[in-house]
Design a protein around this ligand. Sequence first.
Ligand code: NI
Ligand code: MN
Length: 239
Amino acid sequence: MKLTYLRHSCFLLETQKAKILFDPFISPNELANEIRKNSFDDTLISKLSVDQIECDYVFLSHGHEDHVADAEVILKRTGAKLVSNFEIVSWYANKGVENNHPMNLGGIWTFDFGTIKYVNAIHSSAMPDGTYGGNPGGFVIQADDKTLYYAGDTALTFDMKLIAEDFNLDVALLPIGDNFTMGVKDAIKASDFIACDHVIGMHFDTFGYIKIDHEAAVKSFSEAGKNLMLMQIGETKEL
Ligand code: NI
Ligand code: MN
């Protein structure tokens, strides 16, 4: 599988059978300047823009604006299937997003590309208009013989140990920006709890409250014997 970073907590995961877009927050994000504007050329970076990006699925971890801002536009243009908690899926269904799959915490479902478990996150979840957004969650994705954990917005929680009991993670996408989610110190503990030393950082730098020192963050992970990757916008990693 291939993973491309679109800043904040937005990633495009390409498995052999499907492209999955996580938490699209592009058009309001100044750090995503390269892809937030209308762009009609066919450069690689333009193909990641809100107007051009292609995906088969949109996964939403919770209802906050900085995770769902571009979801409706992208869902309607692409016809991608929305996967999220029941409340978020219902909110989008009322807006005419009919291709959807509601889940709730602890649930597992097998899709055409692989298997998903929607797992606990400790955070909050309201839709941009204030509607209740259900419980926030994360996703464990098994596809192409790899297992990836997308934590969403979350505090460190003992529940993460349950993930290590059931899955051998190859890589974990963890929030590290602090203030609204866990920071670097707790993300290192989380990496122990989930038994995965390969971490890709997310939810950092976008707002003043979550600006981090990249070098210090990478150093803290490496001193704990772990690998923290901070990806650039448009950067793709083969997992
Ligand atoms: Ni949030
Ligand atoms: Mn957030």
